[in-house]
Design a protein around this ligand. Structure first.
Ligand SMILES: Nc1ncnc2c1ncn2[C@@H]1O[C@H](COP(=O)(O)OP(=O)(O)OP(=O)(O)O)[C@@H](O)[C@H]1O
Length: 380
């Protein structure tokens, strides 16, 4: 463990001309963390990574590494190493020389450089390929060599720009396990840009979801999935329904919520923001139950009536899409064995229900985000 590699971005902005690419990014990545920057194309994740590497100037704000302000330092002065999407190996050099290259600048003797490069090739399980050239290697092997090359300068922080995107799906899963295992073994901070939520969930200690140049949520993957902070996050990570409801009658410590046209349920009043009109929620597709016919909500449950518009077999679960009488869509993932016991067909009237504890309430301050304007929550 290096014990180093604490990374902080303080009010970082980046504009190209007068077009903002990254806006007001505040982020603290602890030493030794595996952090994934996640988001759709154009959200600003690569620009953020390039600013961390020193390949892109910061327009406003500061970047700190181990409490040292590195904002104006060159890439080689920061203690970072970058691994690129296409690996950027030198085609005319064998693996040993590719890996040893970073030590040339330091003026180290060839024998010493090669000895160190051999150690790193062994770390990434490529010791038998020292004399091979990049075009003689598979994608996964090239990726391992590129990682060894990034590690040879003994960085505290490794920056990875879509490192798995050039690999086929099987190799991608294998290589992501290797990346995580090397990161844990060396105890370095890894900052990994991806547009895949599955990759971020598998790798990250800390996931940062970006949209429109801004951070939408910073959380551990489990929290991100269980409590997405904004409608954008819920929609981007997938597997969530977005809902809106109107608060109605009060009873004891509970408030009734009404979904248009035929749905309702009761929620603890302390969960609702004061003075709020319409409320926005998400509920996970795998937290929804389905029953044939029309039923009122049971105690502690929410229920909505809709008709089945589509059923798809997805392997481990059945995807059931339902449409309410006002034309909105609700999705449920039913376990295969559960679905087998139900006589459900497209066109059937069903009741979708879920526990009140599974309603994820969006806080009103998060509903003013750009993403919310672009993707309004759905009224059911
Ligand atoms: N060199 C540049 N000049 C002008 N605009 C740029 C430049 N690089 C990025 N941008 C703009 O900045 C915004 C953020 O781009 P960025 O590459 O960081 O997004 P990204 O999330 O990494 O996307 P992708 O997944 O497609 O790589 C985009 O609107 C992009 O068009």
């Amino acid at each position: 463990m290096s014990g180093k590699g604490l990374v902080e971005l303080v009010s970082v902005h980046k504009s190209y001309g007068n077009r903002p690419a990254v806006t007001d990014v505040n982020l603290r990545i602890p030493s030794g963390a595996y952090c994934c920057l996640l988001g759709p194309s154009g959200c600003g994740k690569s620009t953020t990574l390039r600013m961390l590497a020193g390949h892109e100037a910061v327009t406003e704000g500061d970047i700190l590494m181990d409490n040292r302000n590195v904002t104006l330092l060159s890439p080689t002065q920061r203690g970072t190493a970058m691994m690129f999407q296409n690996y950027a190996l030198f085609p005319h050099m064998n693996c040993l020389d590719n890996v040893a290259f970073g030590l040339r600048i330091g003026g180290m003797k060839t024998a010493e450089r090669h000895a160190r490069a051999r150690e790193l090739l062994a770390l990434v399980n490529m010791q038998d390929y020292a004399q091979s050239f990049p075009d003689q290697l598979s994608g996964g092997q090239q990726q391992r060599v590129a990682l060894a090359r990034a590690l040879i300068t003994e960085p505290d922080v490794v920056l990875l720009d879509e490192p798995l995107s050039a690999l086929d799906p099987f190799l991608r899963i294998k290589m992501r396990k290797e990346l995580k295992s090397i990161q844990q073994k060396l105890g370095l901070t890894f900052i990994h840009v991806t547009h895949s939520q599955e990759e971020a969930f598998a790798l990250a200690d800390l996931a940062v979801v970006m949209e429109g140049g801004r951070i939408q949520q910073i959380a551990e993957p489990r929290e991100l999935f269980e409590q997405p902070a904004t409608p954008f996050v819920a929609q981007f990570i997938g597997g969530h329904n977005l809902l809106t409801a109107q608060p109605g009658a009060r009873q004891n410590d509970q408030v009734q919520l009404h979904f248009d046209p035929q749905g309702s349920g009761w929620i603890d009043s302390h969960r609702l923001p004061a003075g709020q009109g319409e409320l926005s929620f998400s509920v996970r597709c795998d937290h929804i139950d389905l029953q044939p016919g029309q039923h009122p909500a049971a105690a502690g449950q929410f229920a909505v009536t809709a008709s089945i518009s589509d059923i798809e077999f997805q392997g481990q679960f059945i995807y059931v899409e339902c449409t309410t009488s006002t034309g909105n869509t609700l999705m449920a993932y039913l376990p295969d064995r559960h679905f087998g016991q139900l006589p459900l067909h497209a066109g059937d009237l069903v009741t979708l229900s879920w526990s009140a504890q599974h309603l994820n309430l969006f806080q009103p301050q998060h509903l003013n985000s750009t993403a919310q304007v672009a993707q309004p929550a759905m009224a059911i």
